[in-house]
Each structure stands twice: as structure tokens, then as C-alpha cells.
Write a protein that binds this ligand. Structure first.
Ligand SMILES: [Zn+2]
Length: 645
């Protein structure tokens, strides 16, 4: 991927891995690391299905369904002619949708034989090998799924290379580990298809040209330099009357696309279905016809206003006309949302019965979600990638600022949201430095640092939007469009050159705040028109669910050596069997210092914060068993006692 950790990958050393799971209506912006295991019978029936599929692919092999037609390719010149050779893509891909079976065939034709291909996205998580069938050269060459240099790969089983490969799989609208949906489903049967999941590295045998047969070991294969977008040509096919759309192009039955910019592993979403695109001066939308009417209306009203305001506040004008896809599924409880951004494309999926209500919670969640994802056009698309805290933090900051600016929330509510983010940041980060801390704090901590920076900028008649705008504009001049922490701090120093103003940023980002974090956060956030006080957790502006998760994290930080493996459930917090923990192994904690969780999570969290360092924590386990938890000597307890309100 173009490494846009916006919704996905976290860069840096893993100091602490937190696996949490809540029966929730929560946003799924992060990468969920759970993997499914299957029983023997499931895998046997899958095997039977795959066998049937392989047979079907082999039978249809050679037909127009599988092999790309040589469209748009001029005939090769005769051997005697010396005309310029016609460029033929290194990889010719044909994606065929079967809308009735809700399945896909992806056929690769390689200009030169390969021993295998490894997939650039998704690493070695076996998402493909679990349910995808693969056939090479119409079944004449046996291939199998392997892991090559940490990536899923299809590799020749024998010594012979192959030139055609067909993959077959059902529509999959679950969130993969690459953080993007392979497919998204519209309620009228329309589908999105992510091309980036099919970017491959070609694997060849180092001795392929030698006349001596040398065993070709997957571990020893060589891969030519990475493919560029112009090395690939895509042909999308579906039933005769169904539409296919890629960016501005739309056609019935078949569409050929040769990308000219971006990277193959980033790719884009192709849309298969008959929803008419809605065009405005600022962008194009394809909206699920099942969306509740108020959500449809609010997209039409607010998306142009948000885009306009983001451009105005950052001073960076839109260089692309974004294409926004929104899918909807009324099933499931609450308000669920998942979104991602690719160059020029924003993909939003919402599900749950809560959206139909059109109440305050649904409205703020929906418009905030739109604001967050649309701002990724600025911080990840026109400029980017940037450091995760800058990308997610600025999307979170502009999400709430847009809600205030467009009159969706009032100033008091906006201040509460800013304070909530600061509290969440303090809790999640603990004593750690933000740079390199994985899984989550980049959202609230990024928004918090930008709130501090906004205070500085406002003191000089500017906004933090203009500081970010300067960073984005500078990044756009660079070949790779990248920007980072130093660029931001340099831009802020131009607004206020006093080095004392930058010191707290350096501390949070690079060394970690080890004491009196509450006082630091209060001081940096307070402004004449923005009062912030400190108080006990139970009186602070804290999200109950976040505080509950944090109870488990604090217990693990007390007992476990850095690695944390826990699930925050409706019935208590479950700790897995981690060798890094001494007491919290295979147990369910249902109360802390007499406060039941999750019901009284705030009181439980307060008890942890305010306890004496030398006193064990009194826990109640499932079945009413008591447990006195003495913290490790080097346990990192929270560097604060109070929270903001
Ligand atoms: Zn994001």
C-alpha cells in the first residue's frame, strides 16, 4: 500500500499489543487483529468446494471468460518489420464478476513466465489461501499457496514456470487485515472491488535461463523490481447490462482501465452496479439507495460544504474531484462504520439499526464520520503518507471542527469532545512516547496535539489548519508527497519561534510524559475562551467504553511484561494465556476494588489511579474468587491522578 496508516498499518516498534473486543457499536477505524479458526469439517467442506471450483475453472479455461481478450493491443508487427514494438503490459488482468453466484474470477496473463507471484498487500495472514482457488496454465501446471518473504504467494509446485493464473473467490465484505475491504456490498446488489489486493511481485527462478535444471526453491527466487502501475492493464467484466465504473469511466458489460498514477498495491475501487453517480462541482458520489433518507440528504448538503471549508481553512485547494462510495446495511445493532481512503476515492460503509433513528447520536456520528474520511483527501491523498498521529489526528481534529463550523454541534459540545480526546490520549499513552506507539493513541493524541497547536496559532491570528496546510503544500512539492513530525514542528516554530512552546510536543511525541501529565495537558489546552479544570475520573469528560478498556490495560500494565492480550467483554475482562503475565493468565476479572466492570468502570479506573503504589489491587474473578494483584516492580503506572473536564 502507499502506506497510508490512516485506517490500518502502524509503523514502529511494537512495545505493547492490545487486543480488545467489546460487544459494540464502536467505530471500526483501526485494524482488527482477530483471525478466524475453522474446524476440520469446515475445512474439509471448503476443500470439496475448492475442488469443484478448480474443475469449473479448468473447464472454462481458454474461453473469453477467463483469458483476457487482446483488446486495445495492436497486432504484433511481422518479424521482418522494424516498426516500434507495441507496448504490452507485463501483467494483463481480467476481473470477471458473476453477479448471480456473487463470485469473482481474476485472470492474470504474464508477458513472461513466472515461478510464482507474491501478493503485496496483507502480508502472511493467509486471507487468500483460506478461501481462494488458484489454477495455473489451465490446470497444466500445479501451484500451491505459500508464504514467500513474509507475503502470501501462489507458487509452482514443479520446476516449470507458468504464464496464466486464475483466482476464484466469493464476494468478501469483511474487514481484511490489510485494513481495507476487498469488496463492499450495496443493498441493491452493487459491489466494490479493490484492485490493490491483486498487486503482485513476480517471482522468477535465478537459473530460469540456464539449460541446467536446477531446483527452484521459493525461498531463493528472485523478484524483478516492483511493478509500476503502467505495467498492469485491467479489464473488468460483468453481465451484459450491468454497469462498471472506475473513476470517470463508466460502461456496460466491460471496461478497460490502464492506470497512469499511484502504485499498484494502493489501487482503487471499481464499482459494479447500476446506481447513477451524482455529480457536483466538488465531487462524485455513489450512494446506497437503501440509506435512510436523512443520511442521503445530509451527504448532498454537507459533503460540498465540508470540502469547501477544509480547503479554506488549510489554504490547500482540492486537486482532485473525489469519488465517494457509501454502502449501507441495516442489519446488526447500533451504529457501525468503517471507512478508508485511496487516491481520489473515499469508501464509507455503515451498518446497524441505529442509523434509521435520525437522533442526535446518529447525526453527529454520521457527519463526523464523513468529516474524518473526507479530510483524509488532504492528509493522505493530496499529501501523504504522513506520520500516523498527523494523519489520524488531523482527521479527528477536523471532524469535530467541521461539526462546529457547520452548526451540527455547539461550542460547549465541541469543547467537551476536545477534552474527551485529551483524556483518552493521556489514558492510552501512559508514560510512552507517541511516535512508534501502535494501535490507537494516534487518533486522540494527534487531535490533542493539534488542539495545543491551535491554541498557539490562534494567539498569532492563525489556525492549526493553516499550519497543516503549509505542511501539506510542502509535501506536495516532494516526489513522494511524504511529511512527518519534523515538518509539522518546523511549521509551528515559524508561527511561534519560542522553543519552550514546542517542548511539550517533543515530550509527548519522543520521550513520553512520565509525571504530572494531567497538569501538562491542562496547561497546554487552556485558553482564555476554553476553560479546563482537573478532577477525579468519575467527574471527568471520559468515554465510558474507553475507560472500561483502559481498566484492563492498566491491570495488564501492572502485571504483564509489555505484551498485553485481553478482551473487554460485557461480562468482564478476559485475560489470555500470555507468558508475559504472571497472575493475569486465563482469568476473567469482574470487579476492581469492589467496583463491578463494565458497569462501574469509571469507579474501577479511579480506584486504580488513586491507590497507593505499594498496595495490591483487590480484584474479583469470575465465580467470586478474590485476587490480590501486586504490581511488578517496573510496572508503568499512569503518570497522572486526575483527568480533565
Ligand atoms: Zn482515519
Amino acid at each position: 500500500m502507499k502506506n497510508r496508516p490512516s485506517e490500518r498499518q502502524v509503523v514502529g516498534t511494537v512495545r505493547e499489543v492490545v487486543v480488545t473486543e467489546v460487544a459494540d457499536t464502536a467505530r471500526r477505524r483501526g485494524v482488527n487483529g482477530t483471525s478466524m479458526s475453522s474446524t476440520c469439517s469446515e475445512s474439509f467442506s471448503r476443500h470439496l468446494k475448492l475442488s469443484a471450483l478448480l474443475a469449473a475453472i479448468i473447464v472454462s479455461c481458454g474461453s473469453a471468460v477467463v483469458r483476457p481478450a487482446p483488446r486495445n493491443v495492436a497486432p504484433a508487427p511481422a518479424a521482418s518489420q522494424t516498426a516500434n514494438p507495441v507496448p504490452v503490459p507485463l501483467v494483463d488482468l481480467t476481473v470477471s464478476e458473476d453477479p448471480i453466484a456473487d463470485r469473482w474470477l481474476v485472470a492474470y496473463h504474464f508477458a513472461h513466465p513466472v515461478m510464482g507471484v507474491s501478493f503485496e498487500r496483507g502480508h502472511d495472514n493467509h486471507l487468500r489461501s483460506k478461501s481462494w482457488a488458484a489454477v495455473a496454465d489451465c490446470g497444466k501446471r500445479a501451484v500451491s499457496w505459500r508464504v514467500v518473504r513474509g507475503h502470501e504467494a501462489v507458487f509452482a509446485s514443479g520446476q516449470e514456470p507458468f504464464q496464466d493464473l486464475v483466482l476464484s473467490f466469493p464476494t468478501d465484505a469483511s474487514l481484511g487485515q490489510s485494513g481495507y475491504l476487498l469488496n463492499a456490498s450495496f443493498s441493491d446488489g452493487g459491489r466494490l472491488f479493490l484492485t490493490g489486493d491483486f498487486a503482485v511481485t513476480l517471482l522468477t527462478c535465478p537459473h530460469a535461463n540456464s539449460s541446467v535444471a536446477v531446483p527452484c526453491n521459493p525461498a531463493l527466487v528472485s523478484s524483478p523490481s516492483a511493478l509500476s502501475v503502467s505495467d498492469m492493464r485491467w479489464t473488468f467484466r460483468t453481465s451484459k447490462e450491468r454497469h462498471i465504473l472506475v473513476f470517470e469511466s463508466r460502461a456496460k458489460g466491460e471496461l478497460v482501465w490502464t492506470p497512469t498514477t499511484g502504485s499498484p498495491s494502493q489501487g482503487t475501487y471499481a464499482y459494479f452496479g447500476d446506481i447513477e453517480p451524482r455529480d457536483t462541482a466538488l465531487g462524485r458520489t455513489i450512494l446506497d439507495p437503501g440509506l435512510p433518507a436523512w443520511m442521503l440528504a445530509s451527504v448532498v448538503t454537507y459533503v460540498p460544504r465540508m470540502l469547501e471549508w477544509f480547503a479554506k481553512d488549510t489554504g490547500v485547494l482540492l486537486s482532485v474531484k473525489p469519488l465517494v462510495f457509501v454502502t449501507y446495511d441495516a442489519r446488526g445493532p447500533g451504529l457501525s462504520e468503517q471507512g478508508s481512503g485511496l487516491p481520489g476515492v473515499v469508501q464509507l460503509a455503515v451498518s446497524g439499526d441505529g442509523w434509521a433513528k435520525n437522533d442526535d447520536a446518529a447525526r453527529v456520528a454520521w457527519l463526523g464520520f464523513l468529516g474524518h474520511e473526507l479530510f483524509h483527501i488532504w492528509n493522505s491523498d493530496m499529501a501523504g503518507p504522513g506520520d500516523p498521529w498527523l494523519m489520524e489526528g488531523s482527521s479527528d481534529w477536523f471532524e469535530t471542527r467541521a461539526l462546529l463550523e457547520l452548526g451540527v454541534i455547539d461550542r460547549a459540545r465541541w469543547q467537551r469532545e476536545v477534552i474527551k480526546a485529551s483524556n483518552a490520549c493521556m489514558m492510552m499513552l501512559g508514560r510512552h512516547a507517541l511516535l512508534g506507539f501502535p494501535n490507537g493513541p494516534e487518533y486522540p493524541c494527534g487531535a490533542t496535539l493539534l488542539a495545543w497547536a491551535d491554541g498557539i496559532a490562534q494567539g498569532h491570528g492563525k489556525t492549526v489548519g493553516s499550519v497543516l496546510g503549509a505542511v501539506f503544500a510542502q509535501a506536495q512539492q516532494r516526489p513522494d508527497h511524504r511529511y512527518g513530525t519534523k515538518d509539522f514542528l518546523d511549521a509551528l516554530a515559524k508561527v511561534d519561534p519560542d522553543p519552550k512552546r514546542l517542548e511539550p510536543f517533543e515530550r509527548v511525541l519522543r520521550s513520553g510524559v512520565t509525571e504530572h501529565a494531567d497538569e501538562l495537558y491542562q496547561r497546554e489546552l487552556s485558553r482564555p475562551d476554553f476553560a479546563v479544570t482537573l478532577g477525579p475520573v468519575t467527574d471527568a469528560d471520559v468515554d465510558h467504553e474507553k475507560a472500561y478498556k483502559q481498566v484492563g490495560v492498566e491491570l495488564a500494565r501492572c502485571d504483564c511484561n509489555h505484551r498485553i492480550n485481553l478482551w473487554s467483554r460485557d461480562t468482564g475482562t478476559d485475560f489470555g494465556d500470555s507468558p508475559e503475565c504472571s497472575v493475569l493468565k486465563n482469568v476473567r476479572v469482574v470487579a476492581v476494588e469492589g467496583h463491578p466492570i463494565p458497569k462501574d468502570a469509571l469507579a474501577a479506573y479511579r480506584a486504580i489511579l488513586e491507590r497507593r503504589a505499594d498496595k495490591p489491587i483487590a480484584l474479583t474473578l469470575d465465580g467470586n474468587k478474590p485476587l490480590a494483584l501486586t504490581c511488578r516492580k517496573d510496572a508503568d503506572m499512569p503518570p497522572f491522578q486526575r483527568l480533565l473536564r
